[in-house]
Design a protein around this ligand. Structure first.
Ligand SMILES: Cc1ncc(COP(=O)(O)O)c(C=O)c1O
Length: 490
């Protein structure tokens, strides 16, 4: 018997059935009458034959082999793995939404268009932007859409600006996106407080600057206190300010990117607005812009007139399409449900609780782990495992050991400016008891490093698989079973 769980292809028996159908009440037709010969399968389909019970057990077991936010604490910094209310799924699954076809005529999908319009109104209010597009289907997709819009804006003004400034604490997608958009990336260092170094920014910003990409609070979880001065410097040179809204969970109802001076904003509906994500699931990275940039947004956008809602394709300055149809509509439904369920006060409370939870954890954990930027944080903070590394266990070992406590590890080795980084984002949906369990686990791991180092450096011990070759898993994933490859292995 093979070690580990059998693949579904290795299970079952010929003739076993997972369904029961009533006897045929029409005379069966020969295959030749139903399908042209050249389209008919020559060999039987190689699919496993199993009972319904076996199939249910197989997939239920598989679903329990992985970690999920519905199973336990998931403080994966920068990813905002909050609890996703099930009412969101209920709304997105309503037949009036779920059974729409994107090619339907606008007159038959008025409700869906209205929902997009209403969500846009909410996001405008939350961010201080003038217009949104919902076509981008991830944060990084919003980023590249934003940079294309920014380039189109500069071109329309007769300027060819290609330099994008990115702080060294930025999320990796920011410089990557700028490079993909054909821009030159200039890194701006952080100062000792973990903020953008204003002197370095002043030196870098000039007539070639297309934009500065910034997230506020930044990836250290710290609010860029000099944001108004940053905005003044960039705008004075004719550049634009791009807001990476992946960290909006920290400031909803308290501060708006538009009021800080940002011109372009992407949001991650799949983070801040509670649509489930992880494992590459469908996301939504709507992009908001100031009025002057609105003509360049992807087409179509939803407009309203006396006849109702319609899709406007008459936008000559638009950068065109960045995704089929209107993006991931179901994610927009989930985000709208969440926003309406909470209302303005509720969204503000989300940020209040996210910040309180993070500060509580930070103030307790800094007693055991090094905290390089020791200031009040927003929704997340970054510890360093340098003390633990001196005893033999790196940040990755601490992360792996946490899995044995039934908790997902924090983000590790990011942001790059923190050595042995452990980036913790508890989110607002966790109780004090859960936070205390996490603190106890982190403290116990630190103790165990001193007592039995190899137990930690060989963790996890309780998961279906132990330490994987993460580079191979990312670079050469084998996600499709093939009988031939399986035979070669045997
Ligand atoms: C700060 C920040 N910016 C951008 C992104 C990219 O978002 P997405 O993963 O949806 O492409 C992330 C994702 O983790 C992020 O944390």
């Amino acid at each position: 018997m093979k070690k580990g769980k059998a693949l579904i292809f290795e299970m079952g028996h010929a003739g076993r059935r997972g369904y029961s159908l009533p006897p045929l009440d029409v005379p069966p037709k020969p295959l030749a009458e139903l399908l042209p010969q050249e389209l008919a399968r020559q060999l039987p389909l190689e699919i496993p034959e199993l009972s319904e019970g076996e199939i249910v057990r197989h997939y239920t077991n598989l679903s329990r082999s992985n970690f999920a936010v519905d199973l336990g604490f998931y403080p994966l910094g920068s990813c905002t793995m909050k609890y996703n209310p099930k009412i969101n799924e209920e709304a997105a699954g309503l037949p009036g939404f779920a059974f729409l076809h994107p090619c339907q005529d606008g007159s038959t999908v008025q409700g869906a268009l209205e929902l997009i319009h209403r969500t846009e109104e909410c996001l405008k209010e939350i961010t201080g932007m003038a217009r949104f597009t919902f076509q981008p289907v991830a944060g990084a997709h919003g980023e590249i859409t934003g940079l294309l819009v920014i380039q189109a804006y500069h071109r329309a003004r007769g300027e060819d600006r290609r330099r994008v400034l990115v702080p060294d604490s930025a999320h990796g997608t920011n410089p990557a996106t700028a490079a993909m958009a054909g821009c030159e990336v200039v890194q701006i260092p952080s100062d000792a407080r973990g903020m953008v170094d204003l002197a370095a920014l002043q030196k870098a910003v000039d007539e070639h600057t297309a934009a500065l990409m910034l997230t506020n609070p930044n990836t250290l979880g710290l609010f860029e206190e000099d944001i108004l001065e940053i905005s003044r410097l960039v705008h004075a040179a004719g550049g634009l300010l791009y807001y990476d809204g992946a960290n909006l969970n920290a400031i909803m109802g308290y501060a708006r990117p538009g009021d800080m001076g940002f011109d372009v904003v992407h949001l991650n509906l799949h983070k801040t607005f509670s649509a489930p994500h992880g494992g590459g699931g469908p996301g939504s990275g709507p992009l908001g812009v100031r009025e002057e940039l609105a003509p360049f947004l992807p087409l179509p956008v939803v407009e309203a007139n006396e006849n109702g809602y319609y899709l406007d394709y008459e936008r000559p300055l638009s950068i065109g399409k960045v995704h089929s149809f209107y993006g991931n509509f179901a994610v927009i439904v989930k985000a709208y449900t969440y926003i309406r369920m909470l209302g303005a006060d509720g969204l503000k409370q989300v940020s209040t609780d996210a910040v309180i939870n993070a500060n509580y954890l930070m103030s307790r954990l800094k007693q055991t782990y090094h905290l390089p930027y020791d200031r009040l944080c927003k929704h997340e903070f970054v510890l360093s495992a340098v003390k633990q590394k001196k005893k033999g266990a790196a940040a990755a070992d601490v992360a792996k050991a946490l899995l044995d406590y039934g908790m997902h590890p924090p983000t590790v080795y990011f942001p790059l400016i923190v050595e042995e980084a452990l980036m913790v984002e508890p989110t607002e949906t966790e109780s004090k008891e859960t936070l205390d369990q996490f603190i106890a686990a982190m403290e116990e791991i630190d103790r165990r490093i001193g007592e039995n180092l190899t137990e930690i450096t060989r963790a996890p011990h309780s998961t279906p698989v132990g330490r994987l070759d993460e580079v191979k898993a990312a670079r050469q994933p084998r996600v499709r079973w093939s009988r031939e490859k399986d035979r070669e292995k045997d």
